[in-house]
Design a protein around this ligand. Structure first.
Ligand code: NDP
Ligand SMILES: Nc1nc(O)c(N)c(N[C@@H]2O[C@H](COP(=O)(O)O)[C@@H](O)[C@H]2O)n1
Length: 297
């Protein structure tokens, strides 16, 4: 099957205008699209970040008081419909999409592109938006075999989810862990067993594994702990200097206040500001979407 929109983040960078591809003739969004200025500067350099990991875009929606969910993790519709379309468009630009198991259990997400307008199909020649590969960090294999990601895969409307898990240290837990693994495999998931320390999968190791699996670009959606980890973890560069493992951050700010009992990502973005170049701020309906790029080492 032919997928349209070959433009992926690892080839073209993240647009400095996010509002969907002017060349595409399918989605006629309201503003400009990427025109090439911040394109693939590092991609062909063997020593570059991209030689060992995919291009990483961290993106999430928050309220003006920096909450990404309500009390007790209640999923919130923060994004309005216009910025939601933008997010789904950005999904098409990535080979894979990541959520943590907290989000997978709490939101039961689909991680597809269903908010994009339907495409015109040429008879006998079906065009689809590119769907990113759903990936989940789930050390203890808590994902439910009945989740929407697996249902969609079985129904042929979603790609096979990849779960990254780690064997329990305690031998007594192994049988149950194994049973959950088999149940998830039967439901259609592909389970990769990786190392974890105290329930934490090293993101550098995870990204390296993704790269060996052919993933060239990753969109990280959350939730709170995953955002924190991606903002905090670094990787040593050639000179040993700590380099961020994120390339771009796209933050949708909705004009809503959640309140102190909402869920924040509990990471001081101000510590990152020196490393971030602002690319563009755009309005999508009532939401403000800001795009940043981490400076190269
Ligand atoms: N507004 C938005 O854009 C978004 C909001 N959300 C919201 O976020 C909330 C969920 O966030 P949260 O509960 O923090 O869960 P997360 O989705 O961040 O998942 C965290 C879990 O992932 C596992 N994990 C494995 N390795 C790592 C690692 N390196 N770093 C972090 N986690 C790792 C751990 O699982 P284990 O405990 O099993 O070891 C950890 O508890 C929900 O309320 C959801 O609605 C989510 C996405 C986007
Ligand atoms: N962009 C955005 N805006 C919001 O208001 C949100 N609550 C989220 N949440 C993220 O999107 C996932 C749901 O995706 P599907 O609609 O099921 O495809 C959710 O799990 C969060 O990762 N995002």
């Amino acid at each position: 099957m032919q997928t349209l929109f070959p433009n992926r983040a690892h080839d073209v960078g993240i647009p400095d205008g996010l509002s969907v591809n002017s060349n595409s003739s399918v989605y006629t969004g309201n503003t400009s699209i990427y025109t090439g200025s911040n394109s693939s500067e590092d991609i062909t350099t063997p020593e570059s970040r991209y030689s060992w990991r995919p291009h990483v875009t961290l993106t999430f929606a928050q309220s003006i008081d920096a909450k990404i969910a309500g009390q007790g993790g209640k999923q919130l519709a923060l994004s309005g419909k216009e910025s939601l379309v933008m997010t789904h468009w950005i999904r098409t630009m990535h080979d894979a999409i990541l959520v943590g198991i907290g989000t997978a259990l709490n939101d039961d997400p689909q991680l597809n592109t269903r908010h994009l307008p339907a495409m015109t199909t040429v008879p006998g020649y079906e065009h689809k938006y590119h769907l990113p590969r759903p990936t989940i960090l789930d050390v203890n294999l808590r994902l439910k075999p009945t989740c929407k990601l697996l249902k969609n895969y079985k129904a042929g409307t979603g790609r096979r989810p990849w779960i990254f898990a780690s064997k329990p240290k305690n031998q007594n837990d192994l049988d149950e862990w194994w049973a959950r693994k088999e149940a998830l495999k039967t439901a259609g998931a592909k389970v990769y067993v990786v190392a974890a320390t105290d329930g934490y999968i090293s993101l550098s190791d995870f990204l390296k594994t993704l790269k060996t699996l052919g993933i060239r670009s990753l969109m990280v959606e959350g939730g709170a702990k995953i955002i924190q980890s991606f903002l905090r973890e670094t990787h040593p560069g050639l000179d040993g200097k700590a380099i961020p493992i994120v390339d771009n951050i796209i933050i949708t700010v909705a004009p809503k206040i959640v309140g102190a009992d909402g869920v924040g990502y509990d990471c001081d973005l101000t510590t990152q500001l020196g490393q971030l170049n602002h690319i563009k701020t755009e309005l999508f309906g009532r939401d403000t979407v800001m795009t940043f790029k981490f400076k190269n080492d």
